[in-house]
Design a protein around this ligand. Structure first.
Ligand code: DUC
Ligand code: ZN
Ligand code: ZN
Length: 464
């Protein structure tokens, strides 16, 4: 038998097992796993290295216009950063504008990504306007492989949906098999707190967090779970940050409800203290939900171990600090924290930050694979094509060198952002090789791919 690629002698890790094996690839798919005797055009030695399925980040914002700026990472720089960090699939958010059809918004996002994305990609649709006539259009999107929809309980006047809209969207997913992804923060209450703080002259980045309390996230999470329960459908919480919100998810799951949630590395590794960095530096960490007080991350780690949280994604949403060639930066909010574009880069750091957690004994290597690849694939209609390395799956393969440390820095990252939130942090382990459908994107730690390699992924409707 002759293969295109064999990754030899690596320690292969799946969501359930760890074993030494070769992985053979033919025509972009995994052809065999085990002791392989055939030949291959390319043989990569992975002895002493860890071989995992490509990371799947189901929460990125590339080329996203928001709060008077557009994210500095477009599909090309964002997806190159993803690949260099061991992520071979992203699900990005197309955004419907007020009065616009889903069709129009989706076409727009296809244009942004088509021929410009290094890794395979899918889309969720951000729902801003949901008149009755949009219900059929929603069904059509599910048929076209855009099978998840994000609604916001925050950002009044921009993205926020009221309870009746949320409830109608949830009910429609009972018919069409879509999944509602929820940004759960009580936007109306936050708005009052923001106005009050500004009126009192509290303008620094730290006030972004002080006006978005954990309880505002927990309350919205509770309410959304109730709405989903009444509608009789599953619900998925994006970027869950607060331990109190997680308790709502945990309680619902304990009652047998199909409630799921992701958290992000920033809520596991950074904290409110980062808003107190000197000068305007805290703006680097202005995102919503905000970073939480110390101690909160311990609760999230426990939740990841106990499966209260099923996925770690990034909410990659990169704005520069300083104005760039054609984009304003976070400086927009120098005199008013509420004008700082919300978001931070993350897609390139997720896999190594979580691999470091394996090395430190916080999670097992199998749980690492589950939360970074297998579960996101299953929850978002990408399984069995992606999320594992059994024969038949896309040959999205990441080789981690567990003995070579990596230090995060602006100097070596591939995002176009002008800062790295993890500057100077060293992880135990580095990304050595990355293959997408059998094609090398990263070799020996260096980018060797094409920024046009990625293909649009038609995702299946929900199977849970
Ligand atoms: N949160 C962010 O920080 N940025 C984009 C949108 C969001 O929900
Ligand atoms: Zn959000
Ligand atoms: Zn987001």
């Amino acid at each position: 038998m002759s293969y295109d690629l064999i990754v030899k002698n690596g320690t292969v890790v799946s969501a359930s097992d760890t074993f030494v094996a070769d992985v053979a690839v033919a025509q972009g798919r995994v052809a065999a796993v085990g002791r392989i005797t055939g030949e291959a055009k390319t043989v990569v030695d992975a002895k002493g290295k860890v071989v995992v399925p490509g990371g799947i980040d189901v929460h990125t914002h590339f080329d996203m216009p928001f709060m008077g700026a557009t994210t500095i990472d477009d599909f090309t720089s964002g997806s190159t950063a993803a690949a260099c960090g061991g992520t071979t699939t992203v699900v990005d958010f197309a955004i419907q504008k007020k009065g616009e059809t889903f069709r129009h918004a989706l076409d727009d996002w296809h244009t942004r990504a088509d021929g410009r994305c290094a890794v395979d990609y899918g889309f969720h649709m951000i729902v801003v306007d949901f008149p009755d006539k949009a219900e059929k259009e929603m069904d059509k999107l599910v048929d076209e492989g855009v099978s998840s929809f994000k609604l916001f309980m925050a950002y009044p006047g921009i993205f926020m949906s009221d309870d009746s809209t949320i409830f109608r969207a949830l009910m429609r997913t009972k018919e069409n098999g879509g999944t509602i992804c929820m940004h759960a923060e009580n936007g109306s209450v936050i708005d009052v707190l923001v106005k009050k703080a500004l009126a009192e002259g509290k303008i620094s980045p730290e006030w972004h967090a002080l006006t978005r309390p954990m309880t505002a996230e927990a309350e919205a999470t509770h309410r959304a779970i109730a709405l989903a329960e009444i509608a009789g459908v599953p619900i998925y919480f994006v970027h869950l940050s607060a331990g109190d919100a997680m308790e709502e998810v945990r309680a619902a799951r304990a009652r047998g409800l199909p409630v799921f949630a992701e958290t992000c590395p920033q809520y596991l590794y950074l904290s409110h203290a980062d808003y107190r960095r000197p000068g305007f530096e805290g703006a680097k960490f202005v995102m919503s939900p905000p970073l939480r007080p110390e101690g909160n991350s311990e609760r999230l780690w426990r939740g990841l171990v106990r499966n209260d949280l099923q996925v770690v994604s990034t909410d990659h949403c990169s704005f520069c600090m300083k104005a760039g060639t054609n984009q304003p930066g976070k400086e927009l909010g120098k005199k008013d924290f509420s004008k700082i574009p919300n978001g931070a880069p993350g897609v390139e750091y997720r896999m190594l930050l979580l691999w470091d957690a394996v090395q430190k004994g916080r999670i097992t290597e199998n749980r690492f694979v589950e939360i970074t690849s297998t579960s996101p694939a299953k929850l978002f209609g990408l399984y069995p094509r992606k999320g594992h390395l059994n024969p038949g799956a896309d040959a999205d393969i990441v080789v981690i060198d567990p003995n070579k440390p990596h230090t995060f820095s602006l100097k070596n990252h591939h995002s176009a952002a002008d800062y790295n939130p993890y500057e100077g942090v060293t992880t135990k382990g580095s990304i050595r090789d990355v293959f997408s459908r059998g094609t090398a994107l990263v070799s020996d730690g260096k980018w060797v791919g094409s920024p046009r390699h990625g293909k649009f992924l038609k995702r299946t409707p929900r199977t849970f």
